[in-house]
Design a protein around this ligand. Structure first.
Ligand SMILES: [Mn+2]
Length: 307
């Protein structure tokens, strides 16, 4: 039996997600903070989210009733935060390089932002061979915003240029400008708007998501926390009314599990939080880990049968 000294037992050198500090070599899932919000234009402060979400993660239960998994028993580690640069392109380059490393080592990266722009760096790690499922109130498809080609309002346009608009699905949309609506229509970006969800029902939307999942070998899943209704998750950089419930978000997310190669959660801004948005964020990550682990376990038992 391993005997720990009181110092080893009771002292923690730094906060890490869920307290998971296992050796990198022994982990399947790697948490990486990206504390960056230089292009934010409204309620800035997402740079503070990684540590606040880590604190929240230490104070909620880790067992998932949905997936029958206790994240305590999952091979997770937290490698800390990316050293961000004052230059956005350099921050995105570093994000890409680190995600490339993690993927090459067979890990599933789970990034905690930070603003949504980081997804552009992260997706590029897959060299164009990935579908993106993005949960977001916004389309973020402007060609330029406030003089910037690369920002939280344009990054999805840049992703479309990089991997092709037909390989992008944005779920939970309800906030867009005419330019974005027209681009989405003409380019063939896939979309499940909140209006569509309300009018056609959850079942139809899930069928649409399943078709997208089926047509891709692997997926990058990006969760902008503003996809949730601001009445439940108010502390985001750009809140928009009429959002998803957490149950709906986790349901959609679970549909992507079999193909999920990496995941990020972005746009939480703790300065506007009463603590609950960070709890929601930590919960989303726990449920994501649980569904990925349940799938992995299933594969071990039943072999490599993909949905
Ligand atoms: Mn958004």
């Amino acid at each position: 039996m391993l005997i720990l000294s009181d110092r080893e037992l009771y002292c923690s050198p730094q906060i890490c997600f869920g307290g998971y500090r296992r050796a990198y070599e022994d982990s399947d899932y790697v948490i990486l903070g990206v504390p960056f919000d230089y292009t934010s234009t409204f309620r800035s402060g997402a740079r503070f989210a990684p540590n606040h979400i880590r604190i929240a993660s230490l104070n909620i239960e880790t067992y998932s009733l949905r997936f029958g998994v206790d994240v305590e028993e999952v091979r997770v580690t937290d490698v800390g935060d990316l050293d961000v640069s004052g230059n956005v392109d350099e921050t995105l380059r570093r994000t890409r390089k680190v995600v490339e490393d993690l993927v090459a080592d067979g890990k599933i990266p789970i990034l905690i932002g930070g603003e949504h722009t980081l997804t552009l760096g992260s997706v590029k790690a897959f060299d164009g061979k990935v579908g993106v499922v993005c949960f977001d109130a916004h389309l973020d498809l402007r060609d330029e915003y406030l003089g910037l080609k690369v920002s939280h309002a344009t990054f999805m346009r840049r992703i479309c240029e990089s991997i092709g608009p037909e390989n992008v699905l944005i779920v939970g949309v309800r906030a867009l400008c005419r330019e974005e609506a027209e681009f989405a229509q003409e380019s063939g970006v896939n979309m499940i708007s909140m209006l569509e969800l309300e009018n056609s029902g959850l079942k139809k939307s899930i069928e649409k998501l399943r078709r997208f999942v089926k047509s891709h070998e692997r997926l990058y899943v990006s969760i902008d926390m503003d996809v949730l209704d601001p009445s439940i998750a108010p502390a985001v950089q750009n809140p928009e009314p009429e959002g998803l419930s957490l149950h709906e978000l986790i349901g959609f997310m679970a549909e992507c599990t079999a193909k999920t190669s990496a995941l990020d959660l972005v746009e939480v801004t703790p300065v506007y939080d009463n603590g609950v948005t960070c709890i929601y964020a930590a919960k989303v990550i726990y449920e994501a880990l649980s569904s990925l682990e349940a799938y992995r376990k299933n594969l071990e038992i039943y072999g490599n049968r993909r949905a």
